[in-house]
Design a protein around this ligand. Sequence first.
Ligand code: 13P
Length: 253
Amino acid sequence: MKRKKIVAGNWKMNTTKEEAEKLAASIVQSSQAFQGVEKIVFPPFPFLQAVKTIVNNTANFFVGAQNCNHHDKGAYTGEVSAAMLKSVGCDYVLIGHSERRQYFTEDNIQLLSKTEQALTNNLNVIFCFGEQLNERKNNQHFETVKKQLHGVLNFFPKNKTEQLVLAYEPVWAIGTGETATPAQAQEMHAFIRKTVAEIFSQEITEQISILYGGSCNAQNAPELFSCPDVDGGLIGGASLNADEFCKIIGSFG
Ligand code: 13P
């Protein structure tokens, strides 16, 4: 089986309901030519169901949530469970995004419980990780990424790796306009694939899509996506513009 090509849009805390619906409808419309690419959008929680209704009958098009709580249910005011996400039609959830790690102090213990909740509720996980700028400058980026991968994947059930997608997002590239060069991305993605082979197996690592995220746009996507170990992108800012996002979807050679 060939690895899936995926382009995912993380809308973060942006859009109103009307804007979210419009954006989803435009993406559905303009991405029809790219059947071979799996498309996923991650709207804010309140718009998941509305967006799901819009993309519902579109082939290879899925909706995901940007986060889920690490408990199954109960007295956790303001929180959203994996079961709730599944019940409104989500197929994916982002786990470990650097903004969650940084602003909401999510650690490996929480990320593991979130992963468990996601898998129990039949959600696919996009597990995000990546080094800080000072770590890259000090040449510690491989070590950091290896630690982040082991911290969660060591406990990820080997028989559920079909539900796993990885997203390498160097923190210094997120929202900064500074993208990893294709050479930097390929070097890290090859390292990730090797690390995942050590954790699971060579056969499994060959099946897992590894996305790049961090100031990815229509200009730099073609070169990034042509790297042998880059299987697509997790797009932030550029996913809020349907034309730009669809150009990124069409960037595979
Ligand atoms: P930008 O594309 O805005 O840099 O964000 C990347 C990201 O964080 C996607 O999850």
